[in-house]
Ligand binder design. Structure first.
Ligand SMILES: Cc1cc2nc3c(=O)[nH]c(=O)nc-3n(C[C@H](O)[C@H](O)[C@H](O)COP(=O)(O)O)c2cc1C
Ligand code: SF4
Ligand code: SF4
Length: 261
């Protein structure tokens, strides 16, 4: 079974591609997280967890979801982390989580996709995004072959800097970088309420037709990148930057993005 979390669609795309190629059912953990639901899942085939990378680790909200959920029958686990560039030593943290859960860890597959963290970086333009997605689709097909054959994903080499990023920097990121005060909606807001619906942590509510942000945020950027009117800004940091949404995975190969070598 494929279980994914996604804010701007990259991991949803990756999960659907894997589900299609492996002929596996698929579950959106984001809906469980949003509804604060705990539960158990059952699968005869290996678990494939797909999520973005947040500060060189799996998002804490997805790791917590895995921690709080029971995975019954099959105990083999693969992890695909979509990322804008690199996953640091996220595999070490995930291996420890698997140990905690009694799952057999088969490795992390980093899939480079367009970077959605527009609070710090620019999102690639649509042409560049298409190119990156094409390459990601090729890489994900290789990940599917690996899972199908029951092999471990190739080990990721990392040094002290990767471990530093995934530990100390990750802790600092959650403590000091994630703030909500800079979020605001401009006059372009059409009061559609999409930002409220897409927030996995229910951190946004509408007041007088405008969104208001609470403090329970993980900087996933679903609100920021998903606003149909590009009305959400994060202080001055996001002004003039492209917004990013990954297109849906298409089952017919001819409708999908082709890998560009
Ligand atoms: C809060 C946050 C932190 C991020 N940190 C990293 C990172 O450490 N390394 C990286 O390569 N990409 C990082 N990214 C980029 C995302 O992992 C990448 O764009 C991912 O594919 C987005 O997935 P989604 O569209 O399924 O939400 C970060 C994005 C966000 C929102
Ligand atoms: S998604 Fe954008 S337009 Fe819709 S309510 Fe939120 S800020 Fe306003
Ligand atoms: S407020 Fe926006 S950035 Fe924060 S968790 Fe909700 S959707 Fe994500």
């Amino acid at each position: 079974m494929i279980i994914y979390f996604s804010a701007t669609g990259n991991s949803r795309y990756a999960a659907h591609l894997l589900a299609d190629q492996l002929n596996e059912p698929i579950t959106d953990a984001g809906a469980w997280i949003k509804n604060n639901q705990k539960g158990e899942f059952y699968s005869e085939t290996p678990w494939v967890f797909v999520s973005p990378t947040y500060s060189w680790q799996m998002p804490h909200i997805f790791a917590d979801f895995i921690r709080q959920t029971r995975f019954l029958d099959n105990q083999e686990a693969y992890f695909v982390l979509t990322c804008g560039g690199e996953t640091g030593s996220a595999d070490q943290e995930i291996a420890a989580l698997c140990k905690e859960k009694g799952l057999h860890f088969h490795g992390v597959w980093p899939a480079v996709m367009p970077d959605n963290y527009i609070i710090m970086f620019p999102a690639p333009d649509p042409n560049k995004s298409r190119q990156i997605l094409g390459k990601a689709a090729d890489s994900l097909t290789k990940a599917a072959e690996c899972i199908r054959s029951g092999k471990d994903f190739p080990a990721i080499k990392h040094g002290w800097l990767d471990r530093f990023k995934s530990s100390i920097i990750n802790q600092g990121f959650y403590r000091f970088q994630i703030k909500t005060a800079p979020f605001h909606a401009t006059d372009s807001c059409i009061s559609c309420g999409k930002c409220v619906r897409v927030c996995p942590l229910n951190n946004i509510h509408m007041k007088n037709g405008r969104p208001v942000w609470g403090n329970n945020c993980t900087h996933c950027t679903a609100c920021l990148n998903g606003c149909p009117s590009v009305a959400i800004e994060y202080g001055k940091k996001t002004r003039g930057k492209n917004r990013y949404q990954c297109p849906d995975y298409q089952k017919k190969p001819e409708d999908n993005i082709k890998g560009e070598k």
